[in-house]
Design a protein around this ligand. Structure first.
Ligand code: PLP
Length: 405
């Protein structure tokens, strides 16, 4: 299918909104993506037509919800090519997925003196849970450094890995730098030392084809709301061999096999990790988002977004005093930058008043911002509903802001 940006834009009614009386230009999809009408309708349909708690009731609507909810597990399994549907756990998002692994994997496999490796370019969601685990278990957090251009120094991985290394947690795409990390190569290195790897695909799943069997990752996590789905839903993929040996994270309904006051036995995968009423509405909305993305085709999305990235980068180079933060060879459609001495918050504030939604600040990656010795960045992140015309308007707007300083 050929890609028609105007056709897809019609699926995103929010793009017709005005802010401060101006056209709304959304360059903040890395924070949270917009949702197409197909997702909005799926969510509305559940509340209007077949509300029912999945797995719980024997009644008609509960069964309907159960079937729809479990069908999304199959859609996710197919999206990331998991060998077994039971290896997909629904969570609240990337953050909860990583916390689940940090807690449960940590309980089962991490002891005093053991080591966990993360990189210098991680989001707080892929740092803090490991720090909390390290504190709880008296373990050690080690950090894989990056170059000034924003690429991982993979050559240092071998010397960071030791007999004490229990897990490596790394992102597929950096939310600040846009760097696409060579995770397959990293996983191969880690596996040579029998170190399992968790991939934070929060910024990757919406831009590239992710195949967990090809990657051979041990865990992979992502959020629905960055994949054009609803908020409050995310996924954890884990190899069965790990998930089976990990204790539950949250206790409650549905994650049990048998409960008595003398003790409880737990349900099988994936339910062992899905305590309580799940966000079934959002899960079903995520299913609609996956259908939508599949219909456009991830390859078409990736190609078009790459075109936008190259177009914007080349045009932005003409802005006097611009400094790109993140100049990796392989980048997703994220551009972080600074101009002269203009503070990113000031730039963001003026851009906001002109109708542009960009993100400014440390982007929940303070250690990375400290490493780069900058106050933060202005970040624009594209999705397939953005256009070159919007980029042109953005560049004019930046030039206008510069004249104000
Ligand atoms: N990891 C990365 C790379 C991210 O960019 C984000 C959010 O921006 C997260 C993790 C956390 O995702 P969420 O807030 O959806 O849990």
């Amino acid at each position: 299918m050929s890609f028609d940006v105007q056709k897809v834009r019609a699926d995103f009614p929010i793009l017709d909104q005005k802010v401060y009386g101006k056209s709304y230009i959304y360059f903040d999809s890395a924070a949270t993506a917009l949702r197409p009408v197909q997702v909005l309708s799926a969510v509305e349909k559940i509340y209007k037509e077949f509300n029912g708690n999945p797995h719980r009731g024997a009644h008609y609507m509960s069964n309907q919800t159960t079937v729809a909810y479990e069908a999304v597990r199959d859609k996710v399994a197919s999206l990331i090519n998991t060998p077994k549907r039971e290896e997909i756990i629904f969570t609240k998002g990337t953050t909860e997925s990583i916390n689940l692994v940090a807690y449960s994997f940590g309980e089962a496999f991490v002891n005093e003196g053991d080591e966990i490796i993360v990189s210098e370019m991680e989001h707080h969601a892929n740092i803090v849970p490991w720090q909390m685990l390290a504190q709880r278990k008296k373990a050690i957090l080690k950090v894989l450094p990056i170059t000034d251009k924003g690429e991982l120094i993979i050559d240092e991985l071998d010397s960071l890995i030791s007999k004490k290394t229990k897990l490596l947690a790394i992102n597929l795409v950096s939310n600040v730098l846009g760097t696409v990390n060579p995770v397959k190569e990293i996983i191969e290195i880690a596996h040579k030392s029998n170190v399992p790897v968790l991939i934070d695909a929060a910024q990757g799943i919406q831009h590239t084809i992710v195949d967990v069997q090809d990657l051979d990752c041990d865990f992979l996590v992502f959020s629905g709301h960055k994949l054009y789905g609803p908020t409050g839903v995310g996924c954890l993929y884990g190899k069965e061999k790990w998930l089976n040996d990990m204790p539950p994270f949250l206790g409650g309904g549905e994650m049990i096999e048998q409960v008595s006051f003398s003790g409880t036995t737990f349900n099988e995968l994936p339910y062992k990790f899905e305590a309580g009423t799940p966000n079934f509405t959002e899960v079903i909305g995520l299913g609609a988002a996956i259908d939508y993305v599949n219909e456009i085709g991830l390859e078409n999305i990736a190609n078009y977004e790459h075109e936008l990235l190259v177009y914007a980068t080349e045009k932005m180079k003409t802005i006097e005093g611009i400094r790109f933060i993140g100049e990796a060879k392989n980048k997703a459609s994220v551009i972080s930058f600074l101009v002269g001495n203009i503070h990113p918050y000031d730039m963001g504030m003026f851009l906001d008043k002109m109708g542009f939604a960009v993100r400014t600040g440390h982007h929940c990656a303070q250690p990375l911002i400290d490493r780069l010795k900058i106050p933060g960045t202005v970040r624009l992140s594209f999705a397939f509903y953005n256009t070159k015309e919007e980029i042109d308007l953005f560049i004019e707007a930046i030039k206008k802001v510069i004249t104000m300083f």
